[in-house]
Structures are given as C-alpha cells and as structure tokens.
Design a protein around this ligand. Structure first.
Ligand code: ADP
Length: 151
C-alpha cells in the first residue's frame, strides 16, 4: 500500500517553515498532498488560485508532491484521496496543545488516520503566516520568508 500523506493548512502564504516540513517529509512518504483548506468566511492575503499556483511552482521538480484545495472535513478529504497519514509541523508547546486535540479527534473520526509531526528547524521556529501577512500589509518585502519557485 502506498504511504500517502495530506499536509493540511491555510498556507496564506506558504512560508519557508512549511517548505522545510514538506522537504523533510519527502523521503518518508510515497506521496504528499499539500491541501489548502478553504474557509469561506475568511478572506485570505492570497486567493486560493494564487496559493495553489505558487506552491506548485515551488515543488515543480518534486514528482511526489501535489497541491489541492478542499472544503470538507480534513479526514474526509484524506479518505477521498486514499491518504492514511496527516502531516503537521510543530514549533512549540502552543502548537502541541492545539495539535494534540485535533490529532486525537482525527484518529477517532478518520478510521485511525495517523498524524505525523515534524519538529520545526530552529531557523523557522519564529515563522508564522499571520505575522508575514501583517508585515506584507504594510508594504514590506516578504520574499525572504518564502521559498523560491522553480522556474
Ligand atoms: P493552520 O491554519 O492549519 O495552522 P498553517 O498554514 O498556519 O495552517 O500551518 C500548516 C502547518 O504548518 C501546521 O502544522 C503548522 O504547525 C505548520 N507550520 C507553520 N509554520 C511553521 C514553521 N515555521 N515551522 C514548522 N511548521 C510550521
């Protein structure tokens, strides 16, 4: 059986912190689906098409990584895509507190789906999409927080 992982998130925008987690997960899984959760109430910094397009360009040379968006429950999206793992990054204790509850719930409602955590690299522990969005709002260059697309 193929080991397929879904990496769910808002990715608004997709930062070097997210990139680091995916790069380090590539050797572990046969396939990784980066899944952008669409929340109709939240208007993002980048629209969904921009996010998909940007992430696809970043992983252009990585054949096992794909990008999709979804509107349903994460575990249902996993089942639809035959994924038995959820991939998440962990920066600190606050992330842990939040992630533990969700991972337990997903295991219960998602046919035993396993959440696999990768600890953030020290260089990216401080990186957080909402802070990057805030900085961008005031016109500052945020490109050094983001991965380089493969052209
Ligand atoms: P969500 O809105 O679901 O938290 P995010 O886009 O903020 O989605 O994050 C998606 C995943 O990436 C989460 O598991 C989050 O912990 C992880 N992540 C975000 N930033 C970093 C970072 N700098 N280092 C490691 N993991 C990160």
């Amino acid at each position: 059986m193929k080991r397929i992982a879904v990496f769910p998130g808002s990715f608004d925008p997709f930062t070097l912190g997210h990139f680091d987690i995916v790069e380090r997960a590539i050797p572990i899984f046969d396939e990784i689906i980066i899944a952008i959760g669409v929340n109709s109430e939240k208007k993002g910094h980048q629209n969904i098409e921009e996010r998909i397009n940007f992430i696809q360009r970043v992983f252009k040379n990585k054949p096992t990584v794909s990008v999709k968006s979804y509107r349903n429950l994460t575990v249902d999206f996993c089942i639809e895509n035959k994924a038995t793992f959820i991939l998440r990054g962990l920066r600190n204790g606050t992330d842990f507190e939040y992630e533990q509850k969700i991972a337990m719930m997903n295991q219960e409602i998602g046919n035993g789906i396993e959440t696999i955590f990768i600890i953030s690299s020290p260089a990216y522990v401080h990186l957080n999409s909402s802070v990057v969005r805030e900085v961008a709002k005031y016109g500052k260059d945020i490109s050094h927080f983001l991965p380089k697309p493969v052209e």
